[in-house]
Design a protein around this ligand. Structure first.
Ligand code: HPA
Ligand code: ZN
Length: 324
């Protein structure tokens, strides 16, 4: 199999987290922003724990200042995804990094990213995300600007950040506002925290999909619930292994979740931070877990079914995942 050529969906990708280190370094030089401690001697992002990863991520975001910066980044990331066979993607975008929650500013960033996405061969939709460790009040502001700009390419709302902070219920108001605006809902849970985090997220936020959810495997009753309710997991195996959630792919829960009837999809999360890309993810699933074209078709069909897009786009892209 030529793994880069397999047609792919990627539902879980943080735009800022997909920024190549060279892209960030170039902007830092242009804008004279100090990046000491962000890169190692080989030019890779530096972090050793989940919390440090989030801190490095936010430092790198400091150079992304203008709508043009985000437009350039959107173009570069979509081009890279196209090289790996991605035909449909959803990008997590944080309004907190795009004007700090100011609606007028966010509209300008969104316009620049939309323009870049519309010229790409990859079909893209946006999921605006609140940052959990910034707290529920900031999340409400994020939800409000997202609700105001829902439509066009902005079709989803989600939450990333430090899963150990606050409770899921603290963010119910924000998620309710986004739901009322017609946005699809997803939240990170069961990545660094255990099954309780997933259960609380489903109960309090009534999301359609869960970002990661891979630690659900620790609770058979929760696994059964995910299967029964058809909750879609955005699984990012390379990210989980890099962050030490599982030691390797053979120990990863993705196979056991699938065998239990849970709907899984595959994405990269923040590829340069985790030294991965979609080609590597598919190659590893094939070589280490024996996945075939049929398995790839199944996860991509599941992803298109769960995609936050209109029906015409869904059926057009679904046709690419029929064993071609
Ligand atoms: N987890 C939580 N928050 C994030 C991540 C992640 O992997 N990437 C960017 N924000
Ligand atoms: Zn993520």
């Amino acid at each position: 199999m030529n793994f880069s050529e397999i047609a792919k969906t990627e539902l879980h990708l943080h735009l800022e987290g997909a920024a190549p280190p060279a892209f960030i370094r170039r902007l830092a030089q242009e804008k004279n922003v100090n990046m000491d401690g962000v890169f190692d001697e080989n030019g890779a992002y530096v972090w050793t724990s989940f919390v440090e990863f989030l801190a490095t991520y936010e430092r790198a975001c400091e150079v992304l200042k203008t709508p043009e910066d985000f437009g350039r980044l959107m173009g570069a990331v979509l081009e890279e995804q196209a090289r790996h066979g991605v035909v449909y993607t959803e990008h997590f975008l944080a309004p907190d990094f795009c004007g700090g929650g100011d609606l007028g500013a966010w509209k300008e960033y969104l316009a620049a990213m939309t323009e870049a996405a519309k010229t790409s061969s990859v079909e893209a939709r946006f999921v605006s995300t609140c940052v959990r460790h910034m707290g529920p009040e900031q999340a409400k502001i994020t939800a409000m600007v997202s609700a105001e700009t829902a439509g066009g390419l902005l079709t989803g709302f989600g939450m990333g950040g430090d899963e150990s902070q606050f409770t899921a219920a603290d963010f119910a108001y924000a998620f309710d506002m986004a739901r009322e605006a017609g946005l699809g809902l997803t939240s990170h849970a069961g990545e660094v925290e255990g099954p309780d985090s997933v259960r609380e997220t489903l109960d309090a936020l009534k999301v359609d999909r869960i970002g990661h959810g891979v630690r659900s495997i620790e609770d058979p009753a929760l696994v059964q619930r995910l299967a029964d309710e058809g909750v879609v997991l955005e699984v990012c195996p390379g990210s989980n292994i890099s962050l030490g959630v599982f030691p390797d792919l053979k120990a990863h829960s993705i196979s056991r979740l699938r065998e239990s009837g849970v709907v899984v999809t595959v994405s990269t999360d923040d590829p340069p931070y985790f030294h991965t890309d979609m080609t590597a993810e598919y190659r590893d699933l094939s070589e280490q877990l024996g996945w075939t074209q049929d398995d790839f078709d199944a996860i991509n069909q599941a992803a298109m079914k769960a995609a936050f897009c209109d029906e015409a786009t869904r059926s057009k892209l679904m046709a690419k995942f029929n064993g071609a």
